[in-house]
Design a protein around this ligand. Sequence first.
Ligand code: SAM
Length: 278
Amino acid sequence: MSSEHVVTHYSRGDILARIAAALRDDGADPEHPTIETLAPYDQFHGRGIEATAEAAGLMPARPGDHVLDIGSGIGGPARYVARRFGCRVTGIDLTPEFCSVATELTRRVGLGERVDFECGNALAMPFADARFDGAYSMNVSMNIADKRAFYREIRRVLKPGAWLVLSEVAKGGGGELAYPAPWATSAQTSFLVTPEETREGLLDAGFEVVELASSLEQALDFGMRSRAAVARGEKPPHRAVMLMQGEAAKAAMANTARGLAQGAIVPIEVMARKVVAV
Ligand SMILES: C[S@@+](CC[C@H](N)C(=O)[O-])C[C@H]1O[C@@H](n2cnc3c(N)ncnc32)[C@H](O)[C@@H]1O
C-alpha cells in the first residue's frame, strides 16, 4: 500500500471533534479525558484495550525504558503502555492527522512528558540505530507489502537483545476475506500473510521468535459480548472503527467478523527478540 493510499484511507479531518462529541455523549469531559474514558475510541485494532492489555502482558518493559510504537495511530496503545510500565514511548505513524490527534490527546491525558509522536514511514524511520529498549506494533503490517523490509527496519532501531511484540491480523486457511476491511477498502491494498510467513519474515530479518499464538478464541468471544451488549441496547465496548470511518465501518466490521468466523483471517500475538549477531 503506497504512503498516499494509507494516509487517504485513514484521514478524516475531524477525528478530534468526533472524539470530543463521543466523550460528551458518554458523560466524559473532552478537555480532561482519561485512558479509561478514551479507551472505546483510541485503540484502533480488534478488541480494543483488551487486546492492548494482553499484548502489554508480553512486553518485558521496565520503568525508564524507551519503547517504540510502530504505526501508533491516535496513540491509545502508547498512552496505555507508558502508564502501565512507567516507561517512555515514542510513536511513529504515516498519517499526519493521527499524529496530531495522538499528540493532543496525550497532552490532555497528562502524559506529554513521556509519550511523543513522529510523523514518518515505518520502512525508513528517522531514528538512530539501536535506540530503543523494545518495540511493539498493533494491526499495522496489513498495510505493508514488504514485511522483511518492515522487520529489518524495526531491528535496526532496537538495541541488541531488545524485544518486539506484534499484534497482527494474519491470513487464515479458510478462504478469502471480503472487503472493505477496517485497514483497506480492497484486496489490492491489503497485505495479509500467514502466521508461518510472519515467523519466517522475522527469522530472516534477524529476530528470534519466542512466542507466536493465535488469539482467535478471544476475538470470537469479544464479538459475542459486543453483539450481546448491542442487543441489550448498550453501546458496544469498542467504538474506534465507527468513530474513524462512520457508516463505512459497518461493512468493514461485518466482513471482519465473518472472516474470523470462517477462518479467512486469524489474529496473532508475537513476542520476538533481536538476535545479537555473532
Ligand atoms: C489499524 S491502524 C492501528 C493504529 C494503532 N496501532 C492502534 O492499534 O491503535 C494502522 C496504522 O498504521 C499506520 N501505518 C500504515 N502503514 C504505515 C507505515 N508504512 N508507516 C507508519 N505507519 C503506518 C496507519 O497510518 C494507521 O495509523
